[in-house]
Design a protein around this ligand. Structure first.
Ligand code: 5AD
Ligand code: SF4
Length: 476
């Protein structure tokens, strides 16, 4: 990045801080009028990327003077949307129907829509036509502009729409409101250049761009100084991190730098594309005491024919070889995956190849998805030869196998004493604390809320399918 670009980003930050100030004055006036604080809420759909974006958006809203609430009956309601599958879109429309009634009762209410779904032209057209009560619409590339857009809405009294097709801008240092005090996501890159044929992400999240390592390290150091002990490095394809930076760097090298940060105890990352997972990364993970023993490695399908049609750029054999290499280096690693059932033209033979991979790899857990046609992707034009009944039947068989293996793998660790990060109070029994192993599996154990955010040695007494009941053995 050259000096002029740096200057531009610097100016953008100043610009946004200026709008935050203007909105602050407006919020203060409104709340004086109403005799109560103005409330805001953010509802997030989709992946960890969106969760992190919502923390940034909430950070801006709180800086503006809104007070966060859980209720959707708030003065500012933000929906951060997902569009990876059709049902994600349907959920948003469902919420909007409900919000229309709430807004009738509270005319001061502002409704904002942002995120991946808004990057689709047809969606924005539909909102303009059928959901006129929405106040602000923006996309994935300009979330840093929330204060500016809100101010435009206040001034104009009209719906404000601002969608960018793409960007190479990464605005650093805006406020962030974290959901957890002790763990945090950290974006290391944005966008995706892989164009898997079924996937809409490259169209709505734009071209791949990496943050500079020094910005990432600075952010993590600040988080750690603020009490964070676990971070999740986020990117659609973290294994290709660093390409295109002025000083190129690999993901494994970045991990080594992150590992040096004193006070940081756990490092996770998401998502790894199997085609780019390097020996260097396996080596760094193996030698690390901080990188968690968990790897999410989406397979999508076990059929070489479908993998080719999906544009995944690996084969069943090369994937299994990679898994072997990882398991040899780290025998205790927990592997997780994503699988799509019902890709256009999937035959029973193709499906059996997927089942074969599942049986061979023995995933700790797997996210199974029914293929969803996304307009604009190459797969949407492929002939769909799979009937709904066939898909349903395959999905059920796959899920049963995945759950059986997952339960068997979980059972294997019973009796072990392992470090568990206490994360929250159990929602059903408040004498219990819910935490996570380095492997990411959930453990419930007796404890008190003051323990949240610390790591304890816990004996895993009992496996219950995909989680454990344990007891603290000694404090760390
Ligand atoms: N249909 C079903 N699942 C999909 N995914 C991505 N696009 C689609 C689609 N069109 C799944 C993939 C990916 C995960 C995040 O979502 O498995 O890894
Ligand atoms: Fe979608 Fe493939 Fe990119 Fe993942 S790697 S976001 S599945 S295009």
């Amino acid at each position: 990045m050259n000096r002029t670009e740096n200057l531009e980003l610097d100016n953008e930050l100043k610009r946004q801080n200026y709008y935050i100030e203007l909105c602050r004055e407006w919020v203060a006036e409104q709340s004086a009028k109403l005799g109560r604080p103005l409330t805001c809420t953010a509802k997030t759909f989709g992946c960890q990327m969106n969760s992190r974006d919502s923390e940034k958006l909430l950070g801006i809203l709180i800086k503006i003077g809104y007070v966060e609430t859980d209720s959707e009956n708030a003065d500012f309601v933000l929906y951060n949307t997902c569009t990876v599958r059709e049902n994600a879109n349907l959920k948003v429309y469902g919420h909007l129907g409900y919000m229309q009634n709430l807004k009738k009762k509270n005319p001061n209410m502002m409704i904002a829509l942002c995120g991946c779904m808004m990057q689709e032209e047809t969606v924005v057209e539909k909102i303009k036509k059928s959901y006129r009560f929405v106040d602000v619409v923006f996309g994935t590339h300009n979330i840093f502009k929330l204060a500016e857009l809100l101010y435009k809405r206040i001034e104009s009294g009209k719906m404000v729409i601002d969608i960018w097709k793409d960007t190479d801008m990464i605005v650093e240092d805006l406020p962030i409101e974290r959901k957890f005090s002790f763990k945090s996501g950290v974006n290391i890159m944005f966008g995706c250049d892989n164009f898997c044929s079924y996937c809409i992400v490259p169209y709505v999240r734009g071209r791949e761009r990496s943050r500079k390592p020094e910005d990432i390290i600075k952010e993590i150091e600040n988080l750690v100084a603020d009490g964070v002990i676990e971070i999740m490095l986020l990117g659609q394809n973290v294994n290709s991190y660093g390409k295109g930076l002025e000083n190129e760097i690999t993901f494994a090298q970045l991990l080594k730098q992150v590992e040096q940060i004193e006070g940081l105890k756990r490092i996770r990352f998401m998502t790894s594309h199997p085609k780019d997972l390097s020996d260097e990364l396996i080596e760094v993970m193996k030698n690390s005491t901080k990188i968690c023993r968990q790897l999410h490695l989406p397979i999508q399908s076990g059929s070489n024919r479908l993998l080719k049609l999906m544009n995944r750029k690996y084969t069943k054999e090369s994937y299994l070889e990679l898994v072997d290499k990882i398991k040899t280096a780290m025998p205790d690693i927990a592997l997780t995956t994503d699988i799509i059932v019902g890709f256009p033209g999937e035959t029973e033979e193709d499906f059996q190849e997927t089942m074969d991979v599942v049986k061979k790899v023995r995933y700790d857990s797997a996210f199974t998805f029914i293929y969803s046609k996304r307009t604009g992707t190459p797969a949407a034009k492929m002939e769909n030869q799979v009937s709904e009944e066939e898909i349903k039947d395959r999905f059920d068989r796959l899920l049963a196998e995945v759950q059986k293996i997952s339960a068997e793998e979980t059972e294997k660790r019973v009796g072990m004493v392992l470090p568990v990060l206490a994360e929250s109070r159990n929602t059903h029994d408040d004498s219990l604390i819910t935490g996570r192993l380095s492997h990411n599996t959930v453990v419930h154990f007796k404890g008190t809320p003051d323990m949240i955010g610390n790591i304890y040695n816990v004996r895993l007494n009992e496996a219950k399918g995909f989680y454990y009941i344990g007891e603290i053995v000694e404090e760390r």
